[in-house]
Design a protein around this ligand. Structure first.
Ligand code: 5GP
Length: 209
């Protein structure tokens, strides 16, 4: 059986360029599976059901909560967002590294359920740059941008709880830093329980003969 994959949570302020970095990471390396979340928000122009998100109704989302089909969920800017369980568990069991691109409450809930997960927070080089990137996207109303900046301020409160802070200066460098961190996570004691147990058992058997 393949060794269990790593669960990596990637968060960052809204507009920090996480999406672009994730896409580049997926294109460059083939060991990653990006989890697709369910949400009750409306699709933005260009977004597709089953690609960026599973866009579902409130009632459908609440059914998913009730049937334990989500490993975590939260409410963010008046909508539900959650991570479907089946995909994450099956991909990890196949030895693939699963990436959850989720916000801080979800990240902290994942850490409680999966203590061996690695939590990475992506930041823009400066806050001026964050604001510039938010305005540059041009798909949100000024009210939503203001809400997101406020939320970014709230989220900065929890940045120090992540395992790693990665600056997104250029996409390529950011991709390499993320890949390096996730590769190193494979060697963590916490994800090598099986290896440790097997070696101890073999050593015990050999020394008992
Ligand atoms: P957006 O509406 O801009 O696509 O996403 C808003 C926020 O929700 C982002 O911070 C994004 O990372 C987060 N998010 C997306 N999917 C999930 C999820 O399944 N769970 C949680 N907790 N947050 C999510």
């Amino acid at each position: 059986m393949a060794k269990q994959g790593v669960l990596a949570v990637v968060s960052g302020f809204s507009g920090a360029g996480k999406g672009t970095v994730m896409k580049a990471l997926m294109e460059k390396y083939d060991n990653y599976s990006l989890s697709i979340s369910a949400t009750t928000r409306d699709p933005r122009p260009g977004e597709e059901h089953g690609r960026e998100y599973f866009f579902v109704s409130e009632a459908e989302f609440e059914r998913m909560i009730a049937s334990d089909a989500l490993i975590e969920y939260t409410r963010y800017v008046n909508h539900y967002y959650g991570t479907p369980r089946a995909y994450v568990e099956s991909q990890m069991a196949e030895g693939r590294d699963v990436i959850l691109e989720i916000e801080i409450q979800g990240a902290l809930n994942i850490r409680k359920k999966f203590p061996e997960a690695v939590l990475i927070f992506v930041v823009p080089p400066t806050i001026e740059e964050l604001k510039r990137r938010l305005l540059g996207r041009g798909t949100e109303t000024p009210e939503v941008i203001e809400k997101r900046l406020k939320r970014a301020y709230e989220e900065s409160d929890g940045m120090e709880l992540y395992d790693y802070i990665v600056v997104n200066d250029t996409v390529d460098e950011c991709v390499e830093r993320l890949h390096g961190i996730i590769c190193a996570q494979h060697e963590k004691t916490a994800v090598n329980g099986e290896l440790i147990a097997r070696m101890k058992k073999e050593l015990k058997e050999m020394t008992e003969q």
